[in-house]
Design a protein around this ligand. Structure first.
Ligand code: GRF
Length: 208
């Protein structure tokens, strides 16, 4: 049966595009993107959703009196649209335990660094790549992990690294990392849909 996927975005949506492309090419075999939730209007991610006739909505925390109300509203939307799997692809708001519990093992996040480095509060977007650049680390990369209610915590599913060299800038690091993201996020989604994930305590692996 086809699994219905919701993708949460706050930016250009290049990861959303990689997921759309993967559902169309069959790389994600039994999934379809049925909902795009954005944290503000005028996101380029919405143009991508429109181009593919995907239902898309703006959900702003500031339009609700409490984050609980916001999350209850989002949860209602997910239920109405019979969403099976949530992907946070550059989404900059926090989901409360109500949602993370209802979708335990069915929410993935992509982070543009090798967790547990360069993650947590304040590490988002270019801030991550600037911190990587300044630190002098020789490797960075991207991580797909399950979401458990913390910031960038939850079982790591896939990581892939790339070198950082003397000629790199935060911008070139971002470009290399994005290429990795676009490869590993569809792979992770496909594995979850196919039930190929093995949990071992706090750890998660893809069956090979
Ligand atoms: C990506 O780097 C993702 O890892 C991070 O936010 C960025 C979103 O990029 N969480 P895009 O909107 O998918 O192009």
């Amino acid at each position: 049966m086809i699994k219905r996927i919701a993708v949460f975005v706050s930016g250009s949506g290049s990861n959303l595009q990689s997921l759309i492309d993967a559902t169309l090419s069959g790389e994600i075999e039994n999934g379809s993107i049925d909902l795009v939730v954005g944290s503000k209007p005028d996101l380029y991610a919405f143009e991508r959703a429109k181009n593919h006739h995907i239902h898309h909505v703006v959900k702003r925390v500031k339009d609700f009196s409490t984050t609980e109300e916001y999350n209850a509203d989002v949860l209602g939307l997910l239920k109405d649209r019979k969403i099976d799997l949530i992907v946070l692809a550059g989404y900059l708001a926090i989901l409360t335990p109500e949602i993370t519990k209802a979708y335990a093992g069915r929410i993935l996040n992509i982070h543009p660094a090798l967790i547990p480095s360069f993650c947590g509060k304040g590490y988002y977007g270019m801030h991550v790549h600037e911190a990587v650049y300044t630190s002098g680390v020789k490797l960075t990369g991207a991580t797909v992990h399950f979401v458990d209610g913390g910031i960038d915590t939850g079982a790591i599913l896939i990581q892939e690294s790339c070198p950082v060299s003397v000629n790199d800038t935060p911008e070139t690091i971002q470009k290399k990392v994005l290429e990795i993201e676009h490869r590993i996020l569809p792979r992770a989604v496909d594995a979850v849909i196919k039930g190929e994930v093995i949990f071992d305590g706090e750890r998660a692996f893809i069956k090979k």
